[in-house]
Ligand binder design. Sequence first.
Ligand code: GLP
Length: 239
Amino acid sequence: MEKIIAQSTEELALRVANEVAQFINGNPQQLLCFAAGDTPLLAYRKLIDMQREGKVNLNSMYYVGLDEWVGLGYRDRGSCAQVMTDNFYAPAGIDSERMVVFNGLSDPAQQCEKMADWISKRGGIALTVLGIGMNGHVGFNEPPASDADGCIIVPLDETTRKVSKKYFDTPLPVELGVTIALNELMKAKRVIMMASGENKRAIVQATINQPQTPAVPSSMMRSHPNITIMLDADAAEML
Ligand code: GLP
């Protein structure tokens, strides 16, 4: 496990964008899985800037969504589909046939099958960029993390339901998530897991310095053979 601590949120975003661009340039036409959530958005903006400067071709890759709130679709502000489409897929100019994301308005079991098929059709996930939830969730792999493969439907825990309010204009009664399972993310060739800000200090400490446990799903990712955990100084304060 490699750990990188950037001095600022800005520097963190730049370093993540550089890592991702380097990976894309060395591994074209492979499958990327990018988390929604607030943490990686600045890094995605920097990647789009890099594309404008001719440093990377984001449309040379394929994409799979990481997770979604069951019951929410693109029209719901704060859904993963809306956040990723408006902040990354659309401004980056990704062709629609290059990406498959969860539709939270469709039958979740069918959505899981659709995503698992796409992942296998593209030869597995090459690189995933993950955030760390306040309870250590990764995607919607809530504690305790399941040992299932593929994609799974997960009841959201209390912390996630509380935190969800920050994404929505009005609180929405979200109860389930659909997500690529932790085991599937562990099969990715390369993992970048990010956290920023002082409200992530305690969970970052549990992720990195405490014994690995399914009660902190992000700690399980430490076993990945090619993971870099990238933090800003605020998030790394308790390490
Ligand atoms: C959200 C999403 C995850 C995200 C994580 C952290 O609920 N389901 O994909 O990575 O929680 O979110 P944030 O970056 O906003 O803290």
